[in-house]
Design a protein around this ligand. Structure first.
Ligand SMILES: C[S@@+](CC[C@H](N)C(=O)[O-])C[C@H]1O[C@@H](n2cnc3c(N)ncnc32)[C@H](O)[C@@H]1O
Length: 263
């Protein structure tokens, strides 16, 4: 859990009142902002002010984290077929120099991404908004370094990483947040660094949808718009792949987009 944060108590409040994240009353929104401020106080110098106004766009970081806390232990059972992800990862592994520094954004359980990178001798830094996911990733990949951090609060010197990966994690940000996260990730990469990103295709801006029995806010772009956004944020698109994916149970079939980029 975030030190001193009240993710669970807010999640309980939401559950008890039968509220949907997208319909939070002002009082709950205020509590989320207050929670955010406590997180910032607890994280001290590692915290970065939110990159946009959380109240205006309603980036429910605590609620998004609570969703993934709740499903963390079941996630890999439902999304057990990660073949396209593994192929993208293999493409990256062939290109990394020994001991590369790699950022895994929304590292989840650490499987298969962080584990494959750590097993290949690379220095993996996984960040995830969910404390449960971080706990499981540390268990699965003891050689990795995992932290509970919202990608929009990431603080790293510019040009720090040789590669960054964001498999299905930026889709939990509003569209504006995706744009900002891409800009931050581009700056965190050294010149010539690689970037792998996957999203679900569609056209949603932080809409409340059911996901594995939880209400989560999701964002999706049509393929052309995602590609335009990557170019706008100065990524060179080296390759793209679309995959029709059917999860095992508890989630809807989806079209997944995988991009291989470089700066
Ligand atoms: C759909 S899962 C994908 C996990 C893993 N990347 C994979 O492909 O198996 C999305 C992950 O991103 C995390 N996440 C969502 N929003 C995030 C944010 N703003 N910053 C960091 N992690 C986030 C979630 O907690 C969750 O672990």
């Amino acid at each position: 859990m975030w030190p001193g944060a009240s993710t669970q108590s807010i999640a309980c409040e939401v559950g008890a009142r039968g509220l949907r994240p997208g319909r939070s009353p002002r009082r709950l929104a205020d509590r989320l902002v207050a929670c955010d401020l406590r997180i910032e106080a607890a994280w001290g110098s590692r915290a970065r002010p939110l990159q946009y106004d959380a109240r205006m766009k309603g980036h429910d970081a605590a609620l998004q984290a609570a969703v993934f806390d709740a499903i963390a232990e079941r996630y890999d059972d439902v999304f057990s077929d990660k073949q396209a992800q593994i192929e993208a990862l293999d493409w990256l592994l062939e290109r990394l120099s020994p001991g590369a520094r790699v950022l895994d954004v929304g590292s989840g359980t650490g499987l298969p991404t962080a584990k494959a990178l750590a097993d290949a001798g690379h220095e993996v830094h996984g960040i995830d908004i969910s404390g449960e996911m971080v706990r499981i990733a540390r268990r699965n990949v003891p050689a990795g370094r995992f932290e509970q951090v919202d990608v929009l609060r990431l603080t790293q010197p510019d040009a720090h990483y040789d590669a960054a990966i964001a498999f299905f994690s930026l889709l939990m940000l509003p569209k504006d947040g995706v744009r900002q996260a891409l800009g931050m990730l581009r700056r965190a990469l050294r010149s010539g660094g690689y970037f792998l990103v996957s999203m679900v295709e569609g056209d949603l801006d932080y809409e409340s949808l059911e996901f594995m029995g939880q209400m989560v806010r999701l964002t999706a772009f049509p393929q052309a718009a995602l590609e335009a956004l990557l170019r706008e944020q100065e990524f060179e698109v080296l390759g793209a792949r679309g995959v029709n994916f059917t999860p095992r149970a508890g989630a809807e079939p989806e079209r997944q987009l995988f991009y291989r980029c470089r700066i």
